[in-house]
Design a protein around this ligand. Structure first.
Ligand code: FBP
Length: 321
């Protein structure tokens, strides 16, 4: 397949899978071990860190940092780039990750997940830098996520389709269950936190009114589904078709979700599955990052649904800058 391949990327994906197995074990026993609730610290996002956020973060840093495939890492839970531990081999990849997505659902046993993005380094050698991390999504060499739900599922792409695995707990291995996942061009679900409706632009209100069949144009109505864990909402829509939105609004003018370790990796997966992802106007994978924890509006899922949202936003809110 890739004659120049060294196996380093494959091994990095194995390192991430190992971390996911450990995190999955912790999540499954969460109610039995002192791992629920707040850790007592606030992260760079201004959010109260959950104990499981910290456990997942440390697990990934340990499993990947010492394994010698990366030159630098970045996490939702760490302000600054994470250097490779002293003495560890310095690899050719940069890893960005959200160690535990869906924090508000951790303590209530609702699906949560881990999201990751891999870039090839752009700096020559030595320890990697911010430059290796601040790359547009189209430059990703791999991306994916893990869902800790009724089963633990790993979904990733290296730019050659989307592959889905389920963790077989009796042997502790991820087994392939879908070699080439595809998302329908349009779907039956829309997913958005409607409690923010009054803060949205007229464009986003028009979109949701349309999906509810309130626009009086007789367009087919969609059904609403919103779990409040990005990975879980994304995964459902990936399989069944549909569109997830986290708009910018009067309180969060750049949206809530993070570009580099939430929107860009999921956009990579969406496009590889035949879907699409935008910030309402631009293709997410073409957004050039300027900050490690920058936020972005996100519209992601079935290609025609994402296209329809962009069309309505342009018609109602104007083409923007
Ligand atoms: P983190 O939990 O990683 O901070 O992610 C943000 C998130 O929980 C997403 O998973 C989810 O889609 C969104 O925030 C929910 O936000 P809200 O509660 O505002 O709808």
């Amino acid at each position: 397949m890739y004659p120049e391949a060294t196996g380093e990327l494959t091994n990095l994906l194995y390192d991430i899978a190992l971390a996911a197995k450990i995190i999955s074990g912790e999540v499954r026993r969460a109610g039995l071990i002192d791992i629920l609730g707040e850790f007592g610290r606030t992260n760079v996002q201004g959010e109260a860190q959950q104990k499981l956020d910290v456990v997942a973060n440390e697990t990934i840093k340990q499993a990947v940092g010492h394994a010698g495939r990366v030159c630098v890492m970045a996490s939702e839970e760490d302000d600054a780039p994470i250097p490779v531990p002293e003495g560890a081999h310095i690899g050719k990849y940069a890893l960005l990750f959200d160690p535990l997505d869906g924090s508000s659902n951790i303590d209530v046993n609702v699906s949560i997940g881990t999201i990751f993005s891999v870039h090839r380094r752009v700096t020559a050698d030595g320890l990697g830098t911010l430059e290796d991390l601040l790359q547009p999504g189209r430059k990703q060499v791999a991306a994916g996520y893990v869902i800790y739900g009724s089963s633990t599922v790993l979904v990733y792409s290296v730019g050659d389709g989307v592959h889905c695995f389920t963790l077989e707990p009796t042997i502790g291995e991820f087994l392939l269950h879908d070699a080439d996942a595809k998302t329908p061009p349009t779907g039956k679900y829309y997913s958005v936190n409607e409690s923010n409706y009054m803060r949205w632009t007229d464009g986003y209100r028009t979109v949701v009114d349309r999906f509810k069949g309130l626009d009086g144009d007789g367009n087919e109505k969609k059904n609403a589904r919103y779990i409040g864990s990005l990975v879980a909402d994304f995964h459902r829509n990936l399989l069944t078709g549909g569109v997830f939105m986290y708009p910018a609004d009067s309180k969060s003018p750049n949206g809530k979700l993070r570009l580099l370790y939430e929107a860009a990796p999921l956009a990579f997966i969406a496009e590889q599955a035949g879907g699409a992802a935008s910030d309402g106007r631009r293709r997410i994978l073409d957004v050039d990052p300027t900050e490690l924890h920058q936020r972005t509006p996100l519209v992601i899922g079935s290609r025609d649904d994402v296209g329809l949202v962009a069309k309505i936003l342009t018609e109602v809110d104007g083409a923007g800058e």
